[in-house]
Structure formats: C-alpha cells, structure tokens
Design a protein around this ligand. Structure first.
Ligand SMILES: [Zn+2]
Length: 145
C-alpha cells in the first residue's frame, strides 16, 4: 500500500513541475522572447526596421548593458541565407542588417557571453503573427496557448 502511494505521489510531482515552469515564462523588457539557453538570459527582439536586438538580462530579468557578450546569426531561406553581425548600440547588440521578408523566418543565433565562453546556438522561427492568447507576436508568445 505504502509503495503504491509513493509511486502515485512521484507521478503527481512529475505532472506539477512542467505546469509551474510554463507559468514562469515572461516576456523580455522590450516584449521580446527570452532565450533561456543562454546564462544569464538574453532577450531576442525584432525592431520596427526588422533589425534584431539582443538585450542581455541579469538574474532578475532586468536589462544590463552589453559588455563582453557577442553574437552572430543566420536567417531566412537556406538557399540564400542572410548573415547577421551584431554591434553594440545603446547598451544592447543590434544586427547590421534586417531580417529577410516574411511572416515566418527561420533563424539561428549564436551567442557568447564572454570571449572564452562556449557558443550557445539557438534555433527559432521568427513568427510575426499575433498570438490569440497574449499581447505578443508568436515568436515572443508567453502564454503557451
Ligand atoms: Zn501567446
């Protein structure tokens, strides 16, 4: 009997953890997508001119001025990809060129938090359609609809 109860409790705990994790999903300070594979995290945001902006965050998710962080990116169609270099602009990293046209653009970002750090590769689809469940575009959706 005791054993069955423990098994049930363990199963319960497993079900609860992913639910809690989903609620922690937050938009970045600019309303962009927070990339959590990079530690500390970085916000990915597409500006009005479709240039890419990377804002580095502290432990509390607040923006910090870029220091040693660097990034590169590749996006768009595989046959004619657009390559991005990032420059420091106003405390963040901003791409030299704009994202190619389209409502759904595949993108690979490579981020280094220090010159010696391991490069973190993040693959995402920049989807500009409006999310039906929250105020963000799909690429930055926080509601897991
Ligand atoms: Zn959403």
């Amino acid at each position: 009997m005791m054993k069955t109860l423990n098994t049930m409790m363990a199963a319960c705990a497993l079900m609860v953890i992913p639910a809690l994790h989903a609620e922690e999903k937050k938009a970045g300070p600019n309303g962009g997508r927070v990339i959590s594979s990079v530690e500390p995290h970085v916000e990915f945001f597409v500006m009005e001119d479709r240039k890419l902006k990377l804002t580095f965050l502290d432990e509390d998710g607040k923006a910090i001025a870029v220091a040693e962080q660097s990034a590169t990116g590749t996006g768009g169609e595989r046959s004619k990809p657009t390559r991005f270099k990032f420059e420091k602009v106003g405390g963040a990293l901003v791409s030299d060129v704009a994202l190619p046209e389209g409502m759904k653009v595949p993108l690979i970002l490579q981020v280094k938090v220090t010159p010696d750090a391991k490069t973190v590769t993040e693959r995402l689809t920049v989807d500009f359609s409006d999310c039906p469940g929250c105020v963000h575009p799909e690429y930055a959706c926080t509601c897991d609809h």
